[in-house]
Design a protein around this ligand. Structure first.
Ligand code: SF4
Length: 188
């Protein structure tokens, strides 16, 4: 409500003009409900973020939903094993659209230090990711910062033809990018 508080006095006629895009973004970003699930140690930090000391309720987000059909934010907290990958995908598919994802921690973002046959090397192999949160584990403050950055991103999201244009541009850039197997790492 930061936009509105104090503004009423400056608008004696009671009219406020905005775009549908901005209004939808404002409502979406302020009504995010995360899905309830955690995969590994990072989930402990996620739980701490929801508890009394850090109090995720300040952002209206304490209602972790038990059903993916009532959730629109997936926080992938912890490493994703090959065994769990189809389950993560199924939960994502069952969530209401539009939906967003945060890869919490090094393991969820890239496999982290667990580079072996059992672990998916980044959850973006399974679902789209909006925010990558580094750290092992990231602290609750970092998760809250990632959530606020996601709010910002959602608030500025485009709709309709504007959105389609951006999707096409992103796809073209991805196709033009150098394949990862050709990238040289720090040790190459
Ligand atoms: S990033 Fe660290 S804390 Fe998080 S799941 Fe991996 S090992 Fe655990």
């Amino acid at each position: 409500m930061g936009l509105i508080v104090g503004l009423e006095e400056k608008l004696p006629s009671g009219f406020l003009l905005t775009t549908v895009e901005k209004l939808a973004g404002y409502m979406r970003k302020n009504s995010l409900w995360p899905a309830t699930f955690g995969l590994a140690c990072c989930a402990i930090e996620m739980m701490a973020a929801g508890a009394g000391r850090y109090d995720l309720a300040r952002f209206g987000m304490e209602v972790f939903r038990a059903s993916p059909r009532q959730a629109d934010l997936m926080i992938v907290a912890g490493r994703v094993s090959n065994k769990m990958a189809p389950v993560v995908r199924q939960i994502y598919d069952q969530m209401a659209a539009p939906k967003w994802t945060i890869a919490m921690g090094a393991c969820a973002s890239s496999g982290g230090m667990i580079n072996n046959y059992a672990i998916v090397q980044g959850v973006d192999h399974v679902i789209p990711v909006d925010i990558y949160l580094p750290g092992c584990p990231p602290r609750p403050e970092m998760l809250m910062d990632a959530i606020l950055k996601l709010h910002e991103q959602i608030g500025n999201e485009k709709l309709g033809p504007n959105r389609e244009k951006i999707i096409k541009e992103v796809e073209a850039a991805a196709l033009a990018a150098k394949p990862t197997h050709q990238l040289k790492g720090l040790l190459a």
